[in-house]
Design a binder for this molecule. Structure first.
Ligand code: ATP
Length: 270
């Protein structure tokens, strides 16, 4: 991982908030395939930002670079002002593929407690955090079950609880609801909004679903096709709390849907 830019004082963003995630000139190739050409973006403390891009544009690659799981070729990534050289202590992750991210032989509660072993906290505190996180995603009655005894949506709730128990300042979510049915997806979107509103947490939510990006986000970062750069950053002028029916019926929602659709290049490609 290369650190090229010198450390500098973070500047305040929307409503005077400090940036919690700062990405400058991020570049990543796999062999000769340049995937991320130049990603520069800042996410401010307390924001919920949606990141939307075409299939295969490098969304997962980008999140893996941001979370310190994947080395990159050039650029800088800072989380809470600190250069990322490995998974930051302040960061939580939720992946799309919950079936692979949960350990089938461990209970729901053990799965949530597992990453807390790497935090300097007592077993008692870890158990308390796991119980609280599982309660906040509505799974208190299922803590002793194994993940495979739960529905897909419930398994993704376990994965969310596991990230929450870590008490992240920044939660990165990588197309977390792409593998669940439409009704469950709606429920999990609303759960995400509830958790974000209740907790002192910033969320970067990656999706290829335009409606989901608008419904959740305060801003939408639109990515290009590979080699990927940022096409546009759009503010979402929709009031909160949001509502699956009323919010999506507004003129602003329809206008944003058309704008994101255009920015993704669908119309010109048609
Ligand atoms: N480990 C890897 N080795 C080589 N190439 C890879 C690797 N991971 C991803 N790629 C390539 O990088 C490009 C971007 O993949 P990535 O999964 O990051 O995109 P994505 O936008 O998340 O995709 P999707 O929309 O399908 O979720 C693809 O061409 C993919 O084949």
């Amino acid at each position: 991982m290369t650190e090229t830019a010198p450390m500098r004082a973070p500047s305040a963003g929307p409503e005077g908030r400090e940036p919690i995630l700062e990405v400058e000139g991020l570049r990543k190739s796999y062999g000769r395939e340049l995937v991320l050409e130049d990603i520069s973006v800042r996410v401010f403390d307390g924001e919920l930002v949606s990141i939307v891009g075409p299939s295969g544009c490098g969304k997962t690659t980008m999140l893996r670079c941001l979370s310190g799981l994947l080395p990159f070729d050039a650029g800088t990534v800072r989380v809470a002002g600190q250069p990322v050289t490995g998974p930051p202590d302040t960061l939580g992750l939720v992946f799309q593929d919950y079936s692979r991210s949960l350990l089938p032989w461990q209970s729901v509660e053990e799965n949530v407690r597992l990453p807390l072993r790497y935090k300097a906290i007592s077993k008692k505190e870890a158990a308390g955090r796991a119980a609280e996180a599982l309660d906040s995603v509505g799974l208190s009655a299922h803590v002793r079950k194994k993940p495979w005894q739960l529905s897909g949506g419930m398994q993704q709730r376990v994965a969310i609880a596991r990230a929450l128990a870590y008490h992240p300042r920044l939660l990165l979510m990588d197309e977390p609801f792409a593998s669940v049915d439409a009704q469950t997806r709606v429920e999990l979107e609303d759960l995400t909004l509830k958790l974000w509103e209740e907790r002192d947490m910033t969320v970067a939510f990656v999706t290829h679903d335009i409606d989901e990006a608008i419904y959740l986000g305060g801003r939408i970062v639109v990515l290009t096709r590979t080699p990927t750069t940022i096409r546009e950053v759009m503010p979402v002028d929709l009031s909160r709390p949001r509502d699956q029916i009323a919010t999506k019926a507004t003129e602003e929602f329809a206008r944003l849907r058309a704008s994101v659709f255009d920015a993704l290049g669908h119309r010109s490609a048609a």
